[in-house]
Write a protein that binds this ligand. Structure first.
Ligand code: UDP
Length: 325
């Protein structure tokens, strides 16, 4: 297949691009490099630098595209609280430009990176796709709006969409042979737990801050559902095959089990062999106590199966960092 990957210079987009190439597809990456890195785009994909608004129509008009995988987005929850207009404009606005470009070019399938942040504070756990969506920040709200737009474009314009709602993505894709770094997390501003803990192991930070120890969880710290980026990527290949013009489906993507902040830090200590000092601070605003996916729908419908546990995520993220150094 010939595929357009938006955001293919970013973390998840670059991993999925590598997997798509490995499966024999032709891939064009469209990325404005606002947060991505040109050298993260796997060899074999063609990189077009530009925004979706400026460049998607031109690229798709070139012809022959079978589908789009749409990763390009602003994805920092905290920043979205400071700059909601920017998140609405970039996430929803640019996605609408992409959908219109698809319509004009007759491209009728799209797999979209949605998020657990569309659900907000859950009423019950694990979270099902049919649960209420009440996002608590503009990041989640803008992604939910795109899910809604996809449903409308499916119903009214026959464009088939699959929204994959990611829980906490971690790990890296390491090439099987050789010691090239592969694809992994390289955020300029790092807010996520595992990369921040690994920075402490590397000596780039003195200690990790645990945001709150007074949650109603077994050890008092927040519980999240971590999923390996390679397992997550494989779900995109399955979704691509399952995507049918005229339909829109939503699937949660998590492992279905939770790990606390303390448990994550402990696994990082074991994997890296570094002590990793931790200090407790007050809760971070907007963090729900527990976010765990029910991944039963994607397992039973698409036959997806996660194969890598938290230890593998930390080990691969750690190997990626070492190789890049
Ligand atoms: N967290 C933490 N210290 C950090 C970063 C994150 O204690 O330096 C906690 C955060 O409060 C949340 C969990 O780790 O409970 C995962 O946070 P992350 O930002 O990685 O992902 P999120 O769940 O916000 O998408």
């Amino acid at each position: 297949m010939k595929l357009l990957v938006t955001g293919g210079a970013g973390y998840v987009g670059s991993v999925v691009t590598a997997q798509l190439l490995e499966a024999g597809n032709e891939v064009v990456v469209l990325d404005d490099l606002s947060t991505g890195n040109a050298d993260a785009v796997p060899a074999g994909a063609r990189l077009v630098t530009g925004t979706l608004r400026d460049a998607a129509a031109g690229v798709l008009a070139g012809g022959g595209f079978d589908a789009v995988l749409h990763f390009a987005a602003m994805s920092l929850v905290g920043e979205s609280m400071q700059k909601p207009g920017l998140y609405w404009d970039r996430n929803l606005g640019e996605s609408l430009a992409l959908l219109e470009a698809m319509r004009a070019a007759g491209v009728r399938r799209i797999v979209f990176s949605s998020t657990a942040a569309t659900y907000g504070e859950p009423e019950s756990t694990p979270i099902l796709e049919t649960d209420p969506t009440r996002p608590t920040n503009p990041y989640g709200a803008s992604k939910l709006a795109i899910d809604t737009a996809l449903a409308e474009y499916a119903r009214l314009h026959g464009i088939g969409g699959i929204s994959l709602r990611y829980f906490n993505v971690a790990g890296a894709r390491l090439p099987e042979d050789g010691d090239a770094p592969g694809q992994g997390e390289r955020h300029a501003v790092e807010t996520h737990l595992i990369p921040n803990v690994l920075k402490v192991a590397l000596g780039e930070k003195d200690k990790v801050t645990v945001f709150g120890e007074d949650y109603p969880t077994p050890d008092g710290t927040c519980v999240r559902d971590y999923i390996h980026v390679v397992d997550l990527g494989m779900a995109h290949l399955l979704a691509l095959d399952a995507c049918r013009p005229g339909g829109h489906e939503i699937f949660n993507l998590g492992n279905g089990n939770g790990s606390s902040v303390r448990e994550v830090i402990e696994v990082c200590r074991e994997v890296t062999g570094h002590p990793i000092p931790a200090e407790v601070s007050p809760r971070r605003a907007g963090d729900p106590a527990v976010l765990v996916a029910s991944a039963e729908k994607i397992k039973s419908t698409l036959g997806w199966k996660p194969e890598r546990d938290l230890r593998a995520m930390v080990a691969d993220a750690w190997a990626f960092i070492q190789r890049r150094r």
